[in-house]
Design a protein around this ligand. Structure first.
Ligand SMILES: *Cc1c(COP(=O)(O)O)cnc(C)c1O
Length: 955
């Protein structure tokens, strides 16, 4: 034993089963060793011959020490670049109790609404806040970034107009929209044959070819302009008006919703979410009532439970890509729930007066700066502004200011012929002094700052906000820290997260999100960098990107990586666009057919359509494998126009298809490329790889396989890895050099997406190292096969490999019990047992898909299996007539504490059977759902998606 090694290697913290458990579990499974089990699971033809080229593991302590030296290579300047990213003060009560709290960040997307009422309320608050600030009635629960939100609006209004006009394809965009947003619009417009025309607003020509316009308010250069007449003209011509805006500015400005805008989008980052060198933060999307059924992304709505109690859930879910597939207009799945929750809490903590005071302070500070710069002889171009000054300069002065600013540790924005300065709530008097000093120095003048005397607002009277906002009690009740802390905790207590029990979500890989991986995300050297600073100030980040890209290439077997996409679905979209660009570069613009197996996740066809492809569905056989004959027939039929196959591996049925190499080769023979959906990489890393099976490109859901938490529905990251044939086409960025030489336009607003959370995946690989990363895959397979062995006989397991093994997940068929119960009944009943349901009815209706991950130990797996086996007995009880077929523990699940403790008990079974069906529940594992089963249809018929005026909010 080397005395220099740490006894507590991270691998033993991350992986659940210990050595003794491993042996017991293998015995139950009936495998002689772990290696043997893996051999029986992963086909020999695709096994990697060599170990992954990854570094050796570091202990948590060693990792954090090393990360400190990397962090020191980032320089945290005072940054006034603006352009959608601002300094902000995260209230410590929010930082500590939400951002750094696994009770919040390890939650899953709130599909099981009865055990998600806390985050659903927090997201409803976010929607209400967005609706209030923008002056529009409907808002969604977040999108990935401002650029994506603008692109979604463009796509939505194009879809609306196409029902009336076959010729209106022009989207007129103000040249004062942020450059990264314009870049993203171009990406999204090209495959959809939308023409993006960028011009000064004064030159807009609203003709019959135009379906929509996009404005930025305040404008990209900081000017506050009056767009009311333009909006009226647009409406007279049935042209939709979308406005990119800033929630803080809207505390002082007349909101676009009040002057007629049809949609308002933007970034809520400056409501208390650190910049994080680009993200994550929550974009917002608000619109008029008439578009409520077209709005992209998730909307939280109000409904009732089966006892008539108010209850929240995701509304209008039938619009989601899962259901609409190639008819979906957006592929958004993972969004930015955690960050939306933080922004909503920021509004709740500050309240309307607080938000207004922050806006006034920012505006006042900006006015003081303007006065001082004018006194120094500089000319400020914007007659009206909120937080941004545009100082006209010649090139020489601009250069001199930049040099002096850098020397003083300050970043401004430098558009042609100007210096642009955007202030925020973090600016202190000393910061103002430092800025003024830079400008004085360039003019060789003495510094005599005058920091008082704010005049009237520099906002036209007609555009000064008069309407109230944030009037709901939720924004007026929690202004002391005690109250806010308790409100956050009260909501957290309604939500089941990984802090309670395993969340065995097939395809979603809810593994450990280790504290040592998460902690550095809050370090100022990572949290407080603006995405558009000169890259030489981000040396630490660049090192991490370079190393992480190399790790991800090692894991996938590919040659290059783009860290830009902000989610798995965005990765799919980006990857397909590189394929499209590749075919175009080879003169094959006609290649536009995407073959997609019927078992694919709904985002696959949705992304393909967004990438301008025509979707052809390939059928699957009874074992859940791709029907190779059907694939061959379709590859031949569409040979001339074949663009790509999208394939998930192991399949969404949790099976390593043995014919995968043949499948990929077939596509290549017909000139197509193979896109592999990487959601199931947790079954591959270290054992096989996308390159090994013959794919050309894949995305990795870092929020599944690489330990980024799900955050209750985001953030996530979906980088793509490609082979050399696609490398030249990796996405670029308008403001920062990245991507391939023939790279496509950007797919995210920030060059490296949600950069700060890449740290989590980086830490995951560094602390597990070559051995631990592979072991994670092996133990994930072990755990799934253990559950299979324990449940088999009582439940039918669908789709196993040729040797009867499942991969890292398994599907249990509940259709045999259809006459007695539904799959949903089982999902809801699991709540009474303290568990979150597995994935429900995907990829097969009437089934549940269980994915335990490597992080769960044997006792946790056993508790889950006991619950499942007990539920099986309950089903039998109904089948034999012992239990009431209409009113039983399953049909009435989940049972709330209110119900179980009420004087009235209307059921034929006991309260104990309802709430404590197994002994372990009395040993501290009970979790109480806060509402009974929710009526989804009621809420969709009566759509309410802002906070209703209800007594429940009263303190
Ligand atoms: C999760 C998942 C996706 C989508 O990923 P997001 O990050 O939610 O956009 C795509 N395909 C499969 C199979 C998935 O499980």
């Amino acid at each position: 034993m080397n005395t220099m090694t740490f006894h507590d290697q991270f691998i033993h913290r991350h992986i659940g089963p210990n050595a003794a458990e491993l042996q017991e579990m293998l015995a139950v499974i009936g495998a002689s060793s772990l290696e043997k089990l893996i051999e029986e699971t992963v086909p020999a033809a695709i096994r990697l011959k060599a170990e992954l080229e990854l570094p050796q593991a570091l202990s948590e302590f060693e990792y954090l020490r090393e990360l400190e030296t990397i962090a020191a290579k980032n320089q945290v300047f005072r940054t006034y670049i603006g352009l959608g990213y601002y300094g902000t003060i995260t209230p410590s009560v929010i930082s500590r109790n939400i951002f750094q709290n696994p009770g919040w960040y390890t939650q899953y997307t709130p599909y099981q609404a009865e055990i998600a009422q806390g985050r659903l309320e927090a997201l409803l608050n976010f929607q209400t806040m967005v609706s209030d600030m923008t002056g529009l009635p409907i808002a969604n629960a977040s999108l990935l970034d401002e650029g994506t939100a603008a692109a979604e609006a463009m796509a939505m209004f194009h879809g609306v107009k196409s029902k009336k006009s076959k010729t209106a394809h022009t989207f007129l965009v103000s040249d004062q929209v942020f450059p990264q947003t314009i870049d993203l619009l171009i990406t999204r417009a090209q495959p959809l044959d939308i023409k993006v025309v960028v011009k000064p607003v004064a030159d807009f020509v609203l003709d019959e070819n135009c379906f929509g316009i996009l404005l930025q308010y305040p404008a990209g250069n900081g000017a506050v302009e009056d767009y009311r007449a333009l909006t009226e003209e647009a409406h007279a011509k049935e042209i939709a008006v979308t406005v990119c805006s800033d929630l803080l500015a809207l505390a002082l400005l007349t909101p676009p919703g009040e002057w007629g805008a049809d949609a308002v989008v933007g970034n809520s980052q400056r409501f208390g979410v650190p910049m994080g060198y680009g993200g994550p933060h929550a974009a917002f999307f608000a619109t008029k009532d008439e578009y409520k059924r077209l709005i992209p992304g998730r909307i939280i709505g109000v409904s009732v439970d089966n006892h008539g109690k108010r209850a929240l859930r995701m509304a209008l879910q039938t619009r989601e890509q899962h259901i609409r597939r190639e008819k979906a207009t957006s592929n958004i799945c993972t969004a930015q729930a955690l960050l939306a929750i933080m922004a909503g809490m920021y509004a709740a903590y500050h309240g309307p007066q607080g938000i207004k005071a922050i806006a006034q302070r920012v505006h006042g500070t900006t006015q003081i700066l303007a006065k001082n710069l004018q006194a120094l002889g500089y000319s400020q171009k914007n007659q009206h502004y909120f937080d941004t000054l545009l100082i006209e300069t010649d090139a020489k002065t601009q250069q001199a200011i930049q040099t002096a600013a850098l020397a003083a540790g300050i970043n401004f924005h430098y558009p042609a012929g100007a210096v642009q300065i955007t202030l925020d709530e973090t600016v202190l008097a000393s910061d103002l002094n430092a800025i003024i000093e830079v400008f004085a120095k360039v003019k060789n003048q003495p510094v005599q700052p005058s920091l008082t005397g704010v005049a009237a607002p520099q906002i036209p009277v007609a555009l000064q906000r008069e309407s109230e906002f944030l009037t709901h009690p939720v924004f007026n009740s929690y202004h002391t820290e005690s109250k806010m802390m308790r409100y956050i905790k009260r909501l957290e207590n309604r939500d089941l997260s990984l802090t309670h029990s395993m969340i065995p979500l097939g395809s979603c890989t809810m593994k450990l999100n280790a504290a040592s991986e998460l902690m550095p995300v809050s370090w100022p050297a990572f949290a407080n960098l603006h995405p558009f600073i000169p890259t030489n100030q981000a040396g630490g980040y660049l090192q991490i990107f370079e190393e992480l890209e190399a790790y991800l290439c090692a894991c996938t077997g590919f040659d290059a990586c783009s860290l830009q996409p902000n989610s798995g679905a965005q990765g799919e979209y980006a990857g397909l666009l590189t394929i499209r660009a590749y075919h175009e570069a080879n003169g094959n613009t006609h290649r536009n057919v995407a073959l997609i197996p019927s078992s694919a996740h709904g985002t696959n066809p949705a992304s393909a359509v967004m990438a301008g492809m025509e979707v052809v569905v390939v059928s699957c056989d009874e074992q859940g494998n791709i029907d190779v004959d059907d694939l061959r027939a379709k590859a031949e039929k569409y040979s001339a126009n074949l663009s790509a196959l999208m394939v998930t591996y192991p399949s969404t049925h949790g099976v390593f298809e043995t014919r995968i190499k043949e499948i990929c080769a077939l596509i290549h023979e017909h000139g197509g490329k193979v896109y592999m959906d990487g959601a199931n990489m947790n079954a591959q890393v270290g054992l096989t790889s996308p390159a090994e099976i013959g794919a050309d490109v894949c995305h990795l859901n870092l929020h599944k396989t690489f330990a980024i938490p799900h955050g209750g529905g985001g953030p996530g990251m979906g980088p793509i890895c490609v082979n050399n044939s696609l490398k030249p086409f990796l996405p670029k960025h308008a403001l920062v050099a990245t991507g391939g030489d023939k790279g496509i336009h950007a797919v995210s607003a920030a060059p490296w997406g949600s950069a700060s959370i890449l740290l989590i995946s980086y830490g995951y690989v560094r602390m597990l190292g070559q051995v631990g990363v592979k072991a994670s895959t092996e133990y994930a397979i072990l755990n799934a096969n253990y559950i299979k062995a324990r449940l088999e006989g009582q439940y039918e397991v669908l789709y196993t490999g040729e040797k009867g093994r499942s991969a890292h997940e398994l599907i249990i068929d509940l259709r045999p019990f259809k006459a007695v119960i539904s799959a949903e009944d089982v999902a809801k009943r699991l709540m009474d047992y303290g568990f979150h349901a597995p994935t429900l009815s995907f990829p097969v209706a009437g089934t549940i898909m269980i994915e335990p991950t490597e992080s769960e130990s044997q006792d946790e797996l056993d508790r889950f299996c006991e619950a499942m086996l007990q539920i099986r007995l309950e089903i039998d009880g109904i089948a034999t007539g012992e239990a009431d077929p209409k009113s039983n523990v399953l049909s009435n699940a989940p049972h709330t504490a209110d119900l179980v403790t009420a004087d009235e008990w209307p059921y034929s079974y006991s309260r104990e059977k309802a709430a404590y069906p197994l002994p372990y529940l009395r040993q501290g594992f009970k979790f109480w759902p806060s509402v009974s089963r929710i009526d989804n249809a009621y809420g969709d018929r009566n759509l309410i998606c802002t906070c209703p005026p209800v007594e429940a909010y009263a303190e």
